[in-house]
Structure formats: C-alpha cells, structure tokens
Write a protein that binds this ligand. Sequence first.
Ligand code: C2E
Ligand code: MG
Ligand code: MG
Ligand code: MG
Length: 284
Amino acid sequence: QVKRSGKNAFRFFDPELNTHYRERITLENDLRLALERSEFELYYQPQISLKGKRVVGMEALLRWNHPTHGQIGPATFIPVAEEIGMIGDISHWVLERACGQLAQWRDAGFSDLRMSLNLSPHDFSRKDVVEMVTECVERHRLPSSQLELEITESMMMQDSAGVAAKVRAMRDAGLSVAIDDFGTGYSALAYLQKFPVSTLKIDRSFVRDLDGPSTNPIISAITGIARGFGLQLIAEGVERMEQAETLRALGCDIMQGYLFAHPAPAEQATAWLNVAPEIDFAAP
Ligand code: C2E
Ligand code: MG
Ligand code: MG
Ligand code: MG
C-alpha cells in the first residue's frame, strides 16, 4: 500500500480509514432510522437507600437495539446523534418514555419513586427545553419533583446557552436537577450558587477508590458540600459491599451500581420494585 507523506488528502485512501468512514456513514444512516423503527429502549437502574432498604429512584439509560450489530450503548451513539442533529428527537423520545414508565409505576402503587434522565448539552440550547419537560410531566400527571434531569459540570461551565437560567426555571417548576459525575469537571463551588440544583451524583471514579478504611478526603468533602448546600447525594458505580459501607459511614445513603443491579429493561426493573433488593444490607 502506497502512503504519500505529508499530504493529509492522501490519507483518505488508506483502506482502513476508508472502512471507518463507511462504517460511520452506515451508523449515521441507521441512527436516522432507529426512532421510526422503534430500535431504542430505555433500561432502568435502581437507586437504593441503604438506610431505608428500598428503591428510591430509577435512572433511565438509553440503549439502541441494532438489527445486525446487537445492542449499542449510549457512549457510542449519543455523540453521533449530537453531531447529526438527532439528539433533540432522541431526548424527546427518552423524556416521553421515562414519564410514561413513571406514570405506569405510579399506577401500580409506586407513587413516590423518582425518575432520573440524562440530558445532553444540545438539549439546553433549545429555547423551549423547560416547557418540553413540564408539558410531558403535566400530561402524565406526575409530581414534577419526581422527575430529575441530570446535567454535567461541563454544561455548567460553558454557559452560552443560558443553562443556569434554564436550571433555575426547572427548579421553579418544581423539577429536580442533578449534577452527574460530580467532582470530575473542575467546577467551582460558586457554580452551586449559580445553578440551584437539588442533587449531586458522586462520580464512580471516586467510589472506585473506596476500599480501605472509612476515611476518604474527596468523599468527605463532597458529603460536606452536599450538607452545606442542602443537596441530596447519590453515589454511582458502587460495585462492592465495602464501598457501600464506607459511603454510608461517610454520610452518603443513596447509591446506584452493579452491587445492587445492572441497568435492565422495564419489566425487570418492575420486578425489583416488587421485592426488597436482593442484598444483605449491612447493619448500621
Ligand atoms: P451516566 O449518566 O453517568 O450513567 C452511568 C453509567 O454507568 C451507565 O452507563 C451505567 O450503566 C454505568 N454503571 C452503572 N453502575 C455501574 C457500576 O457499578 N460500575 C460501572 N463500571 N458502571 C456502572 P451507560 O448506560 O452505558 O451510559 C453511559 C452514559 O451515556 C451515561 O453516563 C450518560 O451520560 C449517557 N446516557 C445514557 N442514557 C442517555 C440518554 O438517554 N440521553 C443522553 N443524552 N445521554 C445518555
Ligand atoms: Mg446519569
Ligand atoms: Mg454518572
Ligand atoms: Mg458517567
């Protein structure tokens, strides 16, 4: 294979790159059709209160059931959907589906469950993002506080779309807002005043390090921040009992992770609501 040096244009004819390029085009085309072909599915992962020994919430996590490639995770296709301008339609579908599921669970007697869903930066560039959410919540007759929108620190730092004002409007409408992956994005404490969120989700990279004795400066600091600002705290990525026990000792009661459950389809998630989580909860 001939490779000319110094000229980027010739790299285009690198057979391997060409394959990537064609795969990417195929992915884009498939993605454009995925909504109308009903290939998206919401998985749900429970958020558990150790103290209360019960499921207090569910996070909706998007999956794409591709007809030939099998199931594709959001980390692969969400960035593509953002680039090709499809994320708005996808987010709308996610919102509709998540509210519908929460209403179904309410009708089944689980009336104080919270539903969390992830928004992408692009969603906040919509002028009507707050109306889009409140309209859906009202149509399903859900208490707005039971819907939680997860945003990331990077969205708070690039505030060109007026994210702070939109977060404030969401909170004024009674909605809950969480900062996802908290602690990873260099956000200053001042952001917590500018963005009146209700919940912090401790990133799983911090939880991963929690194996030894129950001292950990980062978790202790985040716990203090949550207490000081009056915010709810959730730890994500809890995989081992020692991590859960340490988190609890440090003052974080609500957690989410493979220790309790992997994200799963609605039917499985409903089964979890009907039984106490299958875990030997440690004594306080
Ligand atoms: P995230 O919101 O931080 O979600 C947590 C991710 O960690 C999920 O990956 C979840 O499956 C995974 N996870 C949960 N427990 C554990 C654990 O104990 N250990 C480990 N190693 N991982 C765990 P998933 O479902 O692949 O989602 C990846 C990311 O994609 C999400 O991160 C979120 O940022 C984004 N995403 C998911 N669904 C949507 C959606 O509907 N819309 C948008 N815009 N983004 C979404
Ligand atoms: Mg999330
Ligand atoms: Mg997260
Ligand atoms: Mg994450």
